[in-house]
Design a protein around this ligand. Structure first.
Ligand code: PLP
Length: 453
């Protein structure tokens, strides 16, 4: 297989290394279940054929049908309060006995309370909420609302972005893997080109203001642009823009009456050490998209929260989802937020950030394979390179590190072919973090690249 094919949003599920991984599993039960999965589901990248078959989960762990436990440093970014959080489970169980479903033309107490709670956590004026069953649907609602509010139908996004897998979301998203072979997409999308050669275009020292210039040029050349949609911090390969970048973006959007839609679906609720990532940059969105951890990893629920003045679509259906004001999801979300607040998780994550930074910096000083380490809160990216000067991606090495870690009970995702993304539950204990870094170091060491110290 060409190495090019290994460069994609996540690890590939048809590589030689994946085949070798299956050979290391000596459980008949796992093989049988994997075969049944492969014969029943439509195969697609990043899913079937699958890595392993899960039986249970708890806290930071997922456990397979043979009893093998993995520390889950991926968790699809929805496990902020840990898997099967007992506080949340209890609240959901209680709600199951009262009102598990609410038909769309009715409302219910948990949904109203959740809408009020989200508004209370966001800056004043961001207080109009819509719920949806998943993040992609929230993105769709945000795009529709922006068209209605501004009367302009075009949108700008980043070339390499991901905002979900539906037709409208892949139209604003840039990743080829999600759109190849699918024919015409939604018109009216302009993309900001990010440098292909440099994987982390956003950072204090990489002059990310260059991308602000591109944004303004695009807006000035296209009179119909009504929105700029972007992740506040790119989750998959962890790209953290500078404060100056965000300040300029905000100013440009205000100047041109372009709504700033922040996609915080994978990174809100404490992941970065703040309830919402935009709080790091002293800016406010016009619409924020939330999801994943909103349902505490138990019930699928997503949301948009928009400015009060955008409540202008009373005669149009923006969402119309069957599970719109989902009482179970609302209860899970309220419990998740209560858990974060009463356990002071934001403060904990800030302390963990310092610890992780120290650990990863030490690894970078030791192993030439590590070209860059970047992160915030409990969201970290480790970029593996064949050569620090050329920054050539160490793609097959990243795959090998991942499978070595999986063998030793640490699960994470590789993004863009060479970026190891670490995203543990926020409840993780210090000793568990230490264990994870030991497993990671053993795996990096096993690749055999020159040691620096
Ligand atoms: C940045 C971002 N936006 C949107 C989505 C779509 O969310 P969902 O999978 O819940 O539809 C994702 C999912 O991975 C995401 O990472």
């Amino acid at each position: 297989m060409k190495e090019y094919n290994l460069i994609q949003e996540g690890d590939v599920n048809f590589s030689e290394t994946r085949k070798n991984w299956y050979r290391t599993m000596d459980s008949v039960a796992i093989s049988e279940w994997l075969e049944r999965d492969a014969s029943s589901f439509i195969h697609q990248s990043l899913s079937t054929p699958c890595l392993d078959v899960l039986e249970s989960c708890e806290g930071i762990y997922i456990t397979d049908v043979s009893g093998k436990k993995y520390m889950d440093f991926h968790g699809n970014n929805l496990h902020q309060v840990g898997h099967r959080n007992p506080f949340v489970i209890e609240k959901v169980k209680q709600q199951l006995d009262i009102l598990p479903f609410s038909p769309r033309r009715y409302t219910n107490k948990p949904a109203i309370e959740l809408a009020e709670k989200l508004s209370s956590l966001l800056p004043a004026g961001l207080n109009r909420v819509l719920f949806a069953p998943g993040g992609t649907s929230a993105i769709g609602m945000a795009l529709k609302l922006a068209r209605i509010v501004t009367g302009k139908y075009k949108v700008v996004s980043l070339w390499d972005s991901f905002h979900g897998a539906s037709m409208d979301a892949i139209s604003v998203g840039g990743e080829q893997q999600f759109k190849q072979g699918l024919g015409p997409l939604m018109p009216g999308v302009e993309h900001i080109n990010q440098s292909e050669s440099y994987r982390n275009p956003f950072s204090e020292d990489s002059n990310d203001l260059h991308y602000v210039e591109q944004l303004e040029n695009i807006i000035e050349e296209n009179a119909d642009i009504g929105a700029f949609i972007i992740e506040t911090i790119r989750n998959t390969d962890v790209q953290i823009p500078s404060k100056a970048y965000w300040k300029s973006v905000r100013e440009i959007c205000c100047k041109h009456n372009v709504l700033l839609i922040l996609d915080e679906i994978p990174i809100a609720f404490g992941r970065t050490g703040k309830m919402f990532a935009f709080e790091h940059f002293d800016i406010e969105p016009d619409i924020i998209c939330l999801g994943k951890g909103l349902g505490a990893g138990i019930i699928p629920i997503a949301a948009i929260v928009a400015r009060d003045s955008y409540n202008v679509a009373g005669d149009i259906s923006l969402g119309h989802y069957t599970h719109e004001k989902n009482p179970l999801g609302s209860v899970a979300a309220l419990a998740m937020l209560e858990f974060i607040e009463s356990n002071h998780l934001l403060e904990k994550v800030k302390k963990d950030e310092l610890f992780v930074k120290e650990k990863l910096t030490a690894l970078q000083e030791k192993y030439s394979l590590i070209g860059d380490v970047r992160g915030i809160g409990l969201l970290w990216g480790i970029e593996l390179v064949k050569d620090r000067d050329t920054k050539e991606r160490a793609v097959s090495e990243a795959e090998q590190v991942m499978y070595e870690c999986l063998k030793n009970g640490l699960s994470f995702k590789v993004s863009q072919g060479n970026v190891i993304q670490l995203c543990p539950p926020l409840i993780i204990e210090r000793e568990q973090l230490e264990n994870a870094f030991n497993i990671l170091e053993i795996a990096i060491h096993s690749i055999g690249y020159p040691l620096l110290s």
